[in-house]
Design a protein around this ligand. Structure first.
Ligand code: GLY
Length: 354
């Protein structure tokens, strides 16, 4: 087992990464939360695969474990589902001494985390990511959120889990498309801060455990320095500004990872055209994304994407912090006005049809 310690200003916790860890979920939950009761929250696609083993481990450790299962997909990160989960907790008389366990990908983690952050002003929760995307990014760092019809992640809280337990065996059942989506976040980490990881991914000579640990270690360092996204943590949004706009326009037909890949390729192209990145680095990033089976272009036009970009919640005093690559393994954030953002978008879409 590999362990990464996250030392965020608001909480310290471990990310445990390894094969077969799900069998030890119950003792781990008891150890870190001290709870005697928990609500296991999962999605309809994941629960049939791992819900039984999770409940068995929780119950064998003496926890009274209830469960709540929701449809898979972004639609579940809604106020309605959140209300439903709160009602279940209230109905079962959950108290602050009890805990929640999120078994699944980013949607389950975000819904469970936000519910944990707000139910009775905060109860402990444990993240058990079962997707690569969640293992390397979403489950770590305490960002929790719900979507509103107008835009993604409009309601949320920074609320750290008590533990992240990543059983790498669960990645074996991931559909190829989900695995590819997770690779987009892995490539994001390489481009934003680890040229060695980039080379390792290019040569394909790595184990998934190793790659997850590298990404989580980088994220832990960033979250320790900037838990609430006011500074360095913004770097983790590489590819996300344009990516979120594409995701929202596609009405979630494209996965988050696919959109991040498109967003990353677009910002690299824009950075070359606006004199911030060399063409060879841009080519290498696009090549790695394509090798991972990820898209690098969008059919959406400038006007429709710009309209969506203006809704980005990260606009702050009229400026948005755009993450711009300067080299593989080095990115910076630029505070841009809407007019400047339009220029970046135009440059990112330039040659889109090539
Ligand atoms: N997913 C980006 C972050 O956690 O900040």
């Amino acid at each position: 087992m590999r362990t990464v310690q996250v030392q965020a200003p608001s909480a310290d916790y471990e990310v445990r990464i390894g094969a077969g860890l799900l069998a030890g979920l119950g003792p781990a939950v008891r150890e870190v939360t001290g709870a005697r009761r928990c609500m296991l929250v999962s999605g309809e696609n994941v629960f049939p695969l791992y819900g039984g083993a999770a409940l068995e481990s929780l119950r064998a450790a003496g926890l009274q474990a209830e469960f709540a299962v929701f449809p898979a997909g972004e639609g579940t990160k809604s106020l309605a589902t959140y209300g439903d989960l709160l009602e279940r907790l209230t109905g079962a008389r959950f108290t602050r001494g009890d805990c929640l366990v999120a078994l699944g990908g980013g949607v389950t983690g975000d819904l469970t985390g936000f519910t944990a952050a707000t139910y009775q002003r905060g109860v402990p929760y444990v993240q058990v990511p079962t997707t690569l995307l969640s293992a390397v990014d979403a489950s770590v760092g305490g960002k929790t959120a719900l979507n509103l019809p107008a835009a993604k992640n409009q309601v949320g809280a920074f609320y750290q889990p008590s533990l992240v337990l990543c059983d790498t065996d669960t990645l074996a059942t991931l559909p190829d498309r989900e695995l590819r989506s997770g690779m987009a976040e892995v490539i994001k980490y390489a481009v934003l801060g680890d040229a060695d990881l980039f080379d390792t991914l290019m040569c394909g000579c790595y184990s998934m455990e190793e790659v997850i640990e590298i990404c989580v270690r980088m994220k832990a360092g960033i979250v320790a320095e900037d838990e609430t996204d006011r500074g360095r943590r913004r770097l983790l949004n590489l590819g996300h500004t344009f990516g979120h706009a594409v995701e929202s326009k596609s009405a979630y037909r494209l996965t988050h990872g696919e959109c991040v890949a498109i967003g990353m390729a677009m910002i690299c192209r824009a950075a070359v055209r606006l004199g911030r990145l060399d063409a060879a680095s841009e080519k290498a990033v696009s090549e790695l994304l394509e090798r991972a089976g990820l898209p690098t272009r969008t059919d959406f036009g400038q006007e429709e994407l710009f309209e969506t970009l203006l809704l980005d919640k990260k606009f702050d005093s009229g400026k948005l912090h755009l993450v711009v690559p300067r080299a593989v393994g080095w990115c910076e954030t630029l505070a841009v006005t809407p007019e400047e953002l339009r220029r970046w978008l135009e440059a990112g879409l330039d040659g889109n049809e090539v």
